[in-house]
Design a protein around this ligand. Structure first.
Ligand SMILES: Cc1ncc(COP(=O)(O)O)c(C=O)c1O
Length: 379
């Protein structure tokens, strides 16, 4: 059987990871500034994480959501505490798309409405409702077109206000920082006004923190820079440091009832063990503080490079925009300098490193990056 060929691949096989370093099957070391697409939060194969998962593997991998699972309770308590959302509840799933799918369902159940507002350049995943609110018609199948969505420009509060006036919108869904859309940070005043407009019209505000959450920006959630409290927050990616787990963080306005939501694998013993270990390490190693500090350093240094058009940074979520396509920069960084980076569209390099990135890792990247820029822009 062949693999269904949907992913363009680099011809590199990664077989090992430690901290911010990954190794291919020939033993070649790479600096990982991509984190497997923002998934690696505490670093590859952290010894505490490995030990906790190994121990749990020997005890129990899975049992269904029909029995008491105190790992879920411990995870919810620790997540509530570290994120300052102790009064909210947690529903556990397996991925970012599934988290958004359930958040949209909750919003629609709660309001009885079916229209949604998302934003220009948004990405929320590929399941039916999540892909419908993603601003990319190429990945929306006819079967996904089940409800009306508007995509105003990010930060355009007037358009959003107009659309909310009829009180027929169940939810506004917005990324803490747009990732796929090119590291676009919503303005603080916009988020504050958006939150107020949603409250005034009985519209549910969903903050998709799948990519921007879990300490990546220096705060636990990117929206906390705007000091707002959304009705629903979705998480995944960094939550399990590579073990698939996601969640919906749910405010007290929502009433749970048996059978309202459900999933077979969501919140299983192994996934919760991974997620608890991640939170323990985030706290013990002060990784949010590190993300803020190293992010600031990278921003200052990147801003000194004249060939760069714009640098957009919040912690370790970094977009570096050029006037020209970045494909060659990334290929040379990868194949000559052994540094993994990500991209958004054609002209933006996206950096999503593990949150344990050190200043010397950052310097290693900066030296190589300057060199490649010099080479390519003077060739
Ligand atoms: C902001 C955001 N939401 C949702 C998703 C979907 O997450 P998953 O691929 O785990 O379904 C992604 C994935 O890139 C994302 O960046």
């Amino acid at each position: 059987m062949d693999l269904f060929n949907v992913y363009p691949l680099f011809d590199i096989e990664i077989s090992k990871g430690i901290g911010c370093r990954i190794y291919d099957n020939h033993g070649i070391e790479y600096l990982d500034l991509y984190g497997g697409h923002a998934v690696i939060s505490i670093g590859h194969s952290h010894p505490y994480y490995v030990q906790k998962l190994t121990q749990q593997l020997e005890n129990l991998v899975f049992y269904s959501n029909s029995i008491v699972n105190n790992f879920q309770v411990e995870l919810a308590e620790k997540l509530g505490k570290i994120s300052a959302y102790e009064d909210y509840s947690l529903f556990l799933v397996n991925s970012g798309a599934e988290a958004n799918e359930n958040a949209l369902k909750l919003a629609s159940f709660h309001t009885g409405r079916r229209k949604v507002i998302a934003f220009n350049k948004s990405f929320h995943g590929r399941t039916s409702a999540a892909v419908r609110v993603t601003d990319n018609p190429k990945i929306v199948a006819p079967i996904n077109e089940g409800f009306e969505v508007e995509f105003p420009a990010l930060n355009d509060i007037n358009s959003v206000s107009k659309s909310l006036k009829n009180k027929d919108v169940c939810a506004v869904i917005i990324e803490g920082i747009q990732g796929v859309g090119g590291i676009r940070v919503p303005e603080i005043d916009f988020l504050k006004e958006l939150s107020a407009e949603c409250k005034a019209t009985g519209t549910i505000l969903i903050l998709d923190e799948v990519q921007s959450g879990y300490g990546r920006t220096g705060k636990f959630f990117a929206h906390q820079y705007a000091d707002i409290r959304p009705d629903l927050i979705t998480v995944a990616k960094g939550m399990g440091n590579g073990f698939p787990i996601g969640g919906v963080i749910i405010s007290t306005i929502f009433k749970a009832s048996h059978g309202l939501l459900g999933t077979t694998f969501g919140g299983n013993h192994l996934a919760c063990t991974a997620a608890i270990a991640v939170l323990d390490i985030l706290k013990a190693e002060h990784l949010m503080e590190n993300a803020e500090k190293i992010g600031q350093y990278l921003m200052n240094e990147l801003n000194k490079i004249p060939q760069i058009k714009e640098v957009r940074v919040l912690g370790l979520m970094i977009g570096v925009e050029f006037d020209q396509p970045v494909k060659d920069f990334r290929n040379r960084l990868l194949f000559e300098k052994k540094i993994f980076t990500g991209a958004s569209g054609t002209n933006i390099i996206r950096l999503l490193p593990p949150l344990c990135l050190s200043k010397s890792d950052a310097n290693e990247f900066l030296i190589s990056f300057r060199e490649i820029i010099q080479l390519l822009l003077t060739d």
